[in-house]
Write a protein that binds this ligand. Structure first.
Ligand SMILES: [Mg+2]
Length: 307
């Protein structure tokens, strides 16, 4: 699984129209967290969506232009920022203000004047919760054995790419890949060796595509799937051939294969384009699967495409 550049400290974004308030909070937290600051709503929304965005937002309520409630509403309306916990920090201490903040999905509420120890504790609690949730999310989208993405993640990405297509009218290619004669490999070498083979094949497949947007996932058993956005049939063929070559080069001995003395894969590809449109993501998947079947029928260790 491609991992982002690690940053060891969690990031806290402080939003307040008064620089002195930002300074007071930042000085409490800067030893334990990476701090981002914004004095305006637009800037806060921009920072929240950035590559290494915040793990927590401390939000003032009363601000000119856009108030804290509105910023929070927009954060919660956006898929990319919805999961970032927001703690309101404000001198408004009426019950109905607190209620409004919490109803908007705020994680917590701190009234001014605040106690430094309470601020640190509440921030720590929310950051820990966020990091745990992120980890669970990551695990739920990863294949436990091979550590590449799993079918659930692939299905999500396929749906996303498909919906992007209908707006942009681009190509989308999909490869289905199967390890040839994996059952006799497992039967003769044992499941431990079988698992090791799956891991090595998965890692080798994942190294082939060069673009970050390309996705390699384990689909189940000895089956893998590759999603290639903005890729035509020729591009898909190039990636598939590279993968077949990469697995041949691993040279994992397989005495019980009648294809080669080592592990090989078969690949089937399908492309959605304006010339050859598919009706749905499901159709694209089925076309790749049919092409994979043809590759196997034709002798394995090869690529077949639907067009
Ligand atoms: Mg203010």
């Amino acid at each position: 699984m491609r991992s982002d550049v690690p940053h060891t400290r969690a990031t806290v974004l402080i939003v307040d129209d008064q620089p002195t308030n930002i300074h007071a909070l930042a000085s409490l937290l800067k030893e334990d967290y990476r701090i981002l600051t914004a004095t305006r709503g637009e800037k806060a929304l921009e920072l929240a969506q950035a590559e290494q965005g915040p793990d927590l937002i401390l939000m003032d309520i009363v601000m000119p232009d856009m108030d804290g409630y509105e910023i929070c509403r927009r954060l919660k309306d956006n898929e990319a920022t919805r999961a970032i916990p927001v703690i309101f920090v404000t001198a408004l201490d009426h019950e109905k203000d607190e209620e409004e903040g919490l109803n908007l999905g705020a994680a917590d509420y701190i009234s001014k004047p605040f106690s430094p120890a309470v601020v640190r504790a509440r921030v720590r609690n929310q950051v820990n919760l966020k990091l745990k949730t992120d980890l669970l999310e990551k695990i739920s989208l990863q294949d436990g054995l091979t550590e590449i993405h799993n079918r659930r993640y692939f299905d999500q990405k396929l749906a996303e790419e498909w919906s992007r297509l209908s707006r942009n009218d681009q190509c989308l290619s999909l490869l289905m890949i199967d390890i040839d004669q994996f059952k006799p490999y497992n039967d003769h070498y044992g499941h431990g060796a079988g698992d090791d083979c799956l891991r090595r094949v998965a890692q080798a497949l994942e190294r082939v595509p060069v673009r970050a947007m390309d996705l390699v996932a384990r689909y189940g058993g000895e089956e893998f799937v590759v999603l290639l956005p903005e890729t035509d049939a020729q591009g898909a063929r190039h990636v598939a051939k590279g993968m077949i070559e990469a697995i041949n080069s691993l040279g994992i001995a397989h005495e019980y294969s009648d294809v080669a003395p080592h592990i090989t894969i078969s690949a089937g590809g399908a492309t959605h384009s304006t010339q050859h449109p598919k009706a749905s993501a499901e159709d694209l998947k089925e076309a790749a699967d049919t092409a994979l079947y043809q590759a196997k029928k034709n002798g394995r260790n090869q690529y077949r495409a639907d067009t």
